[in-house]
Design a protein around this ligand. Structure first.
Ligand code: FES
Length: 100
């Protein structure tokens, strides 16, 4: 086993899990589109500080789209793709709090 300190200040995991049936999963609620946008934004605006990952199920399916933020250890739940701007602003504020 090897241990290594993470290089980024913040890591954001967005559930993109899908199921064959039903819409009680984050993929069916538009997680892919939202993840693509947030990944692009984080890479362009916060490279080396914040990283956005596409994740598997976070165990909050009925409350999805679910997003987990570290090191805050907080979930953003019942997210819809239209929340993009608000999420971006919240993540920037959280990053600023870490750096201050
Ligand atoms: S499908 Fe997204 S939290 Fe389970």
């Amino acid at each position: 086993m090897k241990k290594e300190k993470m290089k980024t200040e913040m890591e954001v995991f967005i559930c993109n899990h899908s199921r064959d049936s039903g819409d009680d999963n984050c993929a069916a609620k538009g997680a892919k589109e939202l993840t693509d946008k947030l990944k692009k934004w984080a890479k362009e605006e916060h490279k080396g500080e914040m990283k956005v990952f596409r994740s598997g199920c976070l165990g909050k399916c009925s409350e999805g789209i679910a997003i987990a933020c570290y090191p805050q250890k907080k979930f953003l739940l019942e997210v819809v793709p239209e929340d993009y701007k608000e999420i971006r602003e919240g993540l920037e504020e959280a990053l600023k709090d870490i750096k201050d």
